[in-house]
Design a protein around this ligand. Structure first.
Ligand code: 13P
Length: 288
């Protein structure tokens, strides 16, 4: 059964580790992430962007697929199904469809509007026992056509949003989606520290987990990050493994064109990436 992300993130923050949010694109992605979480006894969050939601034939299709897998694969670790960077309407649609967690990304609105819309969703999520992520300070880079400038959040605005009763808070600290450019200045730990001092127990979310060096990930966790989002890195490892298979001509030998064979190396590559991240984030053996 899907669970809200509240309990797993409260435990992560207290235990000084982070739970990974891995974005899904299709059946292979979902199965690879769920099986790895189960093998490593790690809690996990499946992330779905609005674009990926459309690609997978809508939120109801996704809820059906994920719930089916939890049962058929005997997944017993805590799993949350979470809308990533949702609009207000998108968040409501996911709540209707049976997601256990949603993000409302109001970071591009003036802070008053972000507060007003987040407040409404807090009410709805509380009634239904779902977790809610809010965002202050847009995350840079491009994801599904949403381009953010990348900024450091204002700690006072973070506190104003955190106090509304959300479950977890994403705050820009110089992180961006996708690959980091050569001249990236790194995470702003000064900003993160100031945000954590203002927001106390609130689990903080680090977006743009792809390509952040391990030492920065560990430092971010020590400063209150309890959820780390990874998307591009699974896509890159899937693509590289698939390329290798095709370039080796394996699709042209025997029944190598069978999608169950063709997609197998990419599937294994996603599993390896998720395992590496769960080990780095410290969430292995934290499921009970
Ligand atoms: P990356 O694609 O950079 O890993 O970022 C993922 C993310 O933050 C999803 O919200």
């Amino acid at each position: 059964m899907l669970v809200s992300a509240k309990e797993m993130l409260t435990k992560a923050k207290a235990g000084k580790y982070a739970v990974g949010q891995f974005n899904i694109n299709n059946l292979e992605w979902t199965k690879a992430i769920l099986l790895t979480a189960q093998e490593l006894k790690s809690p996990v969050i499946l992330g779905v962007s609005e674009g990926a939601g459309k690609y997978m034939c809508g939120y109801k299709t996704i809820v059906g697929m994920v719930n089916g897998m939890l049962e058929e694969l005997n997944i017993t670790v805590p799993v949350a199904l979470h809308l990533d960077h949702g609009s207000y309407e998108g968040a409501k649609a996911c709540i209707e469809a049976g997601f256990s967690s949603v993000m409302f990304d109001g970071s591009h609105y003036p802070i008053e509007e972000n507060i007003a819309k987040t407040t409404e969703l807090v009410k709805i999520c509380e009634e239904k026992g779902l977790s809610l992520e809010a965002e202050v300070g847009s995350i840079g880079g491009e994801e599904d056509g949403v381009v953010g400038a990348g900024e450091c959040a204002d700690p006072d605005e973070c506190k104003a949003i955190a106090d509304l009763g959300i479950t977890m808070l994403a705050a820009g600290i110089g992180n961006i989606h996708g690959k980091y450019p050569e001249n990236w200045a790194g995470l702003s730990f000064e900003t993160l520290d100031a945000i954590q001092q203002k927001t106390g127990e609130m689990p903080l979310v680090l977006h743009g987990g792809t390509g952040i060096p391990s030492d920065m990930i560990k430092k971010a966790i020590s400063l209150g990050v309890a959820k780390i989002n990874v998307n591009t890195e699974c896509q890159l490892s899937f693509a590289a493994a698939t390329r290798e298979y095709i370039e080796a001509g394996k699709d042209q030998s025997g029944k190598g064109f069978d999608p169950r064979k063709l997609l197998a190396p990419g599937f294994e590559a996603i599993k390896a990436t998720v395992k590496e991240k769960m080990e780095l984030f410290g969430s292995v053996n934290k499921a009970e």
